[in-house]
Write a protein that binds this ligand. Structure first.
Ligand SMILES: C[S@@+](CC[C@H](N)C(=O)[O-])C[C@H]1O[C@@H](n2cnc3c(N)ncnc32)[C@H](O)[C@@H]1O
Length: 257
């Protein structure tokens, strides 16, 4: 199993056991002796992921009120993503994020005013996303509360979800970590470890084929700046940021919508 549930201390063992049962994951009283996979560590007020294989790396939290998220909100590095999705003037597209992960891109979009469904196949990530959303709803920062009020979490394979009432499907497949900061590398390496050796369990090209067949206006894919287009499908246009590129497929009117 690539993810186990462990208590942060003896005092929260019962709570961790109950989470393990609910999520149908294996419970371990002490994760320190394990050397592969990831632990979902449960504490009194919050939980996190701890990579168990070497190098151990630090804990990975989802916190929509964190300094990192506040920096993202203010730094303007949301702009290329917003443009790719189609945020313009008063227009705020409804987004289906088919690869929610740690919810960072989804939060950026919600903060720009979009309503966002965060669809994630990994059960521990869904748990953390929902917990982070609930905590952020109690934030003292009104902007954070407004943003997370526009977010909802859906657990399971995105290709099994009903796509109704969305304007855009957004896809951020796993990609090699080159060019990222140490913190982002650590977080993505931990998310990758959740999937064991299967690097996301399914081929992102399949996700693109599925997305293109859905009743939405556009599909947006995040790519490394210099990578070829996913599946060699030529995008309608691309928006290039400092470290990533967003390939935008605008679907012809009447195509599935
Ligand atoms: C690179 S991460 C996304 C990071 C995210 N954009 C963020 O800002 O935190 C890719 C995520 O997509 C998820 N994923 C991949 N294929 C999926 C599918 N078919 N359905 C749902 N989630 C999927 C993986 O489990 C992984 O958590």
């Amino acid at each position: 199993m690539s993810c186990v549930v462990a208590p942060a201390s003896r005092g929260v063992q019962a709570r961790a056991k109950s989470v393990a049962e609910t999520l149908n994951l294996e419970f371990v009283a002490i994760a320190d002796d394990l050397d592969s996979g990831v632990a979902l560590v449960i504490d009194t007020d919050r939980s996190w992921l701890q990579r168990l294989q070497s190098p151990r790396l630090g804990p990975v939290y989802i916190d929509f009120s964190s300094a990192d998220m506040l920096y993202r909100r203010k730094s303007g590095h949301n702009e290329p993503l917003g443009r790719a999705i189609g945020v313009k003037g008063e227009k705020r597209p409804k987004v289906f994020d088919a690869t929610a992960g740690l919810g960072r891109d989804a939060f950026v979009l919600a903060d720009l005013g979009c309503s966002v469904a965060l669809s994630e196949q990994s059960v521990p990530l869904c748990y953390l996303l929902e917990q982070a959303r609930e905590l952020a709803l109690m934030s003292a920062n009104d902007k954070v509360v407004e943003a997370v009020s526009r977010m909802r979490v859906l657990c399971g394979d995105s290709r099994q979800q009903a796509i109704e009432g969305f304007d855009v499907i957004y896809i951020d497949p796993m990609f090699p970590e080159r060019g990222k900061t140490a913190a982002v590398k650590k977080d993505l390496a931990t998310v990758q470890a959740l999937h064991g050796d299967s690097s996301g369990a399914n081929d992102p090209k399949d996700l693109l084929v599925w997305a293109m067949a859905q009743p939405v206006e556009r599909v947006v894919i995040k790519r490394p700046v210099k990578a070829p287009a996913l599946g060699n499908v030529k995008p309608s246009h691309s928006i290039t940021g400092k470290t990533v590129r967003f390939d935008v497929m605008v679907k012809p009117k009447g195509n599935g919508r």
